[in-house]
Ligand binder design. Structure first.
Ligand SMILES: Cc1cc2nc3c(=O)[nH]c(=O)nc-3n(C[C@H](O)[C@H](O)[C@H](O)COP(=O)(O)O)c2cc1C
Length: 160
């Protein structure tokens, strides 16, 4: 199947208090927007959760709180995936954490485990505090994996 005109609907949904996860979300958005014009970036409070299934791919970004916990503002989104997730929805989860804490990026792990069950989880990405130049390549890799998974969903054929 020809994917030249394929315009997947992709959302990047994140939360961030001190800006680290936001920087990572912006990096991913820049990488994705080079390929597709149909990529939206949303703070979680602005994301239309009821329309989750309208997207081909959703990339979730979260910092970690407490002892490896999901921030409270992300709990709605977490539950929305549990109730409305589907194996047709390609997902990825990324986030910023601090290795000072025992459960590094625990919220990313918690989303990962749930998204693996309820959606077509393609990739995860953890960054220590604020993203560095080297993380740009990791963002590109994540997007590549997501796009390959989307292509696989659309055509049923592996894209190498
Ligand atoms: C009270 C508190 C608890 C935290 N708990 C964790 C944790 O369990 N694991 C972790 O990796 N980071 C933890 N962090 C670190 C943040 O996740 C980290 O600073 C992150 O970069 C913040 O992201 P943001 O800039 O997007 O808000 C904690 C930070 C605070 C203030």
């Amino acid at each position: 199947m020809d994917l030249t005109n394929y315009k997947p609907q992709i959302a990047i949904v994140y939360t961030s208090v001190t800006g680290n996860t936001e920087q990572l979300a912006t990096m991913l958005h820049q990488v994705a927007a080079k390929r597709f014009s149909t990529v939206g970036i949303y703070q979680v409070e602005e994301f239309p959760e009821a329309e989750l299934c309208r997207y081909d791919a959703v990339l979730v970004g979260t910092y970690t709180w407490g002892s490896g916990e999901i921030p409270k503002e992300m709990k709605h989104l977490y539950e929305a995936f549990e109730h409305a997730g589907s194996k047709k929805l390609v997902t990825a989860v990324f986030g910023s954490g601090d290795r000072f804490f025992a459960d590094f990026c625990g919220a990313v792990d918690r989303f990962r485990d749930m998204l693996y069950v309820h959606t077509e989880l393609a990739a995860t990405l953890k960054v220590e505090l604020s993203p560095q130049e080297k993380d740009h390549a990791r963002c590109e890799r994540l997007m590549e994996v997501v796009l390959k998974r989307l292509a696989l969903q659309k055509t049923g054929a592996r894209v190498e």
